[in-house]
Design a protein around this ligand. Structure first.
Ligand code: FEO
Length: 397
């Protein structure tokens, strides 16, 4: 069922309360998500995006309750990814000649995904679709977060349709930001940014400045996931500008895996050392085998310093440690300091391997790794504390 936003605009998306994994298993979505699609009814009728394929029949039935689909004059696809376009094939069976407005890269992604030669109309920044009364202006938003992405701005209604930008994987029936728990909302918005948009920080800043430079009046930001920003929509823009500039709070995250508790004991010694050196800094410890990887990455995003430890196993590190290091490298965090630690029984390569991976991920290493053979014991605990102290001190030099 649709939800009326303004006289001309209706939300026709799908709230997915069940979703717990997204992008295969790459992203946890503990609070579900929504796939936001919108219907604009002016002199012309335009559909903005669709919903993920498993909900295509439900989507089409809901759309038909709102409008005779044969009266849809145009479809706008802001971004080709399947969560927003999965219902297109079924819809296009009924209206095969309807023009689809998207970027040139959008044509590529849609053709690549669906292998259909639909009536594509490639658009660029500044192109306008006149709806009679209102008009949609397109703004390419390359790499936010795909090369095909664009935003659109609806004049008259003063709505920015921002695709994945400003979105959250956050299922809610409440639709608007002022109607939901602010702690939940911002945690999901930040988790979304940290896990998806971090590699594109420079583009985020550039695009926001470009859009702000247009001096467009703005009543609403309508992303493709989660709630819509109607109460002071500038608040999420300001937060994005903050997050996009090598964000880090006064926090050090200690990430470790452990087989027989030695690396855990070392991690806890390091935490004591950090705290004794700097009682103001927030210290958090996460066992990588027992903590959701995307929640860990959110904490990496929030931290100015990250310490990573693993036992040495088969001359390497544990799979949970290797996995998080791979994801950290892919997300290209900037402006963070890091360090490595390990407890080991025999060959002891773990700490050195982690340190190399952290360097490769672009992190500064102010203190050489620490490692302890067998269980740390008193001597290892002192080494861990000294390492923690030196790492905390490095932020004040
Ligand atoms: Fe929500 Fe990039 O798709």
């Amino acid at each position: 069922m649709g939800k009326k936003i303004t006289e001309k605009v209706t939300w026709v998306g799908k709230i997915d309360w069940e979703l717990r994994r997204f992008h295969g298993d790459e992203l946890s979505t503990d609070r579900g998500t929504s796939y936001n699609a919108y219907l604009i009814r002016d002199q012309k009728t335009v559909l903005l995006d669709t919903v993920w394929g498993p909900y295509q029949r439900e989507f089409l039935e809901g759309l038909k309750q709102e409008v005779d689909v044969k009266s849809i004059d145009a479809i706008v696809i802001h971004h080709g990814e399947s969560d927003h376009t999965g219902s297109l094939p079924l819809l296009m069976e009924e209206i095969p000649d309807t023009p689809i407005y998207c970027t040139a890269n959008g044509v590529k992604s849609l053709k690549g995904l669906y292998h259909k030669d639909w009536n594509f109309v490639p658009v660029k920044t500044g192109d306008v679709l006149d709806l009679g009364g209102s008009a949609l202006t397109f703004v390419e938003a390359r790499m936010l977060h795909w090369p095909d992405t664009m935003f659109s701005y609806l004049s008259g209604e003063e709505i920015l349709f921002s695709t994945d930008g400003f979105g959250q994987h956050y299922a809610s029936e409440m639709l608007y930001n002022d109607l939901v728990d602010q702690g939940e909302l911002y945690r999901e918005a930040m988790k979304y940014y940290a896990n998806i948009l971090t590699p594109f920080n420079k583009m985020v800043v550039g695009k926001i400045k470009e859009v702000l430079g247009m001096n467009l009046p703005l009543k609403l930001i309508a992303p493709s996931h989660g709630i819509l920003w109607r109460d002071n929509p500038a608040q999420i823009v300001e937060r994005y500008l903050e997050w996009a500039q090598d964000y880090g709070e006064n926090q050090i995250a200690i990430l470790y895996d452990t087989m027989w508790e030695g690396t855990r004991q070392l991690a806890e010694s390091i935490a004591r050392g950090v705290q004794s050196q700097d009682p103001e800094v927030t210290v958090k410890l996460y066992n990588l085998s027992k903590t959701d990887k995307n929640d860990v990455l959110l904490e990496v995003f929030r931290s100015k310093g990250i310490l990573v430890g693993s036992p040495t196993v088969n001359r390497g590190i544990t799979h949970a440690t290797a996995g998080i290091l791979e994801m950290m490298e892919g997300l290209s965090f900037k402006g963070k300091k890091a360090g490595a630690f390990s407890s080991y029984g025999w060959s002891g390569e773990g700490a050195g391997l982690i340190q190399e991976r952290l360097k490769k991920a672009g992190m500064d290493i102010p203190v050489e790794f620490v490692r302890s053979s067998w269980n740390p014991g008193e001597e290892g605990a002192v080494q861990g504390q000294e390492f923690g102290k030196a790492f905390a001190q490095s932020f004040h030099e």
